[in-house]
Design a protein around this ligand. Structure first.
Ligand SMILES: Nc1ncnc2c1ncn2[C@@H]1O[C@H](COP(=O)(O)OP(=O)(O)OP(=O)(O)O)[C@@H](O)[C@H]1O
Ligand SMILES: [Mg+2]
Length: 159
């Protein structure tokens, strides 16, 4: 499966990468974000929303207290932050997994809290600090549909 590693030198670059990925996503896609506090997960999500529900992009903030925020455009974006959850039972009990195969794109911060609730085919995006304003961002595909999306992202970025 393809792996992409990208260095971002600013929050804007991270948001732009999110927007490029967002432009390639359709309903039913699942994007699992992980990495350190302040790594850029919410910033990247703002970019995805800028592509799919542009009128709402300025509203994107960490939904730590709400667990999930919805942004409605041509394709809805369901933005989850699972930081406060302790296990997949929480997610199942809250019915959050109902969204995973629904009408929108799901973007999940702290996706490691999902354990076996992850779908088969999804994109993983990892964020690591590599300097004050620099982040190393690694994208992985777990299945063929996500793999195609990352190939298209690589092509888009090389234009
Ligand atoms: N290259 C970069 N990409 C993204 N954010 C950056 C970058 N350089 C600096 N930053 C700063 O890092 C912070 C990233 O915050 P953000 O809320 O996106 O992180 P997060 O991964 O969602 O954190 P949390 O785990 O707390 O939800 C912002 O304050 C942003 O300005
Ligand atoms: Mg966040």
């Amino acid at each position: 499966m393809p792996v992409m590693e990208i260095i971002s030198n600013s929050p804007l670059e991270t948001e732009e990468l999110g927007a490029q990925l967002g432009s390639l996503l359709s309903a039913g896609t699942f994007v699992a974000l992980h990495g350190a506090l302040g790594g850029g997960k919410t910033c990247f999500t703002r970019g995805i929303v800028a592509s799919l529900a542009p009128q709402s992009a300025h509203l994107v903030a960490s939904p730590t207290y709400a667990i999930m925020n919805s942004y409605f455009g041509d394709t809805p974006v369901y933005h989850f932050d699972l930081y406060r959850l302790t296990g997949d039972n929480d997610v199942a009990e809250l019915g959050l997994d109902d969204y995973f195969h629904g009408d929108g794109v799901c973007v999940i911060e702290w996706s490691e809290r999902l354990f076996e609730l992850l779908p088969d085919d999804y994109i993983t995006v990892g964020f690591e600090y590599s300097g004050d304003n620099q982040r190393s961002i690694t994208l992985n595909a777990s299945g063929p549909i996500s793999g195609q999306t990352l190939k298209r992202l690589a092509a888009l970025r090389s234009c």
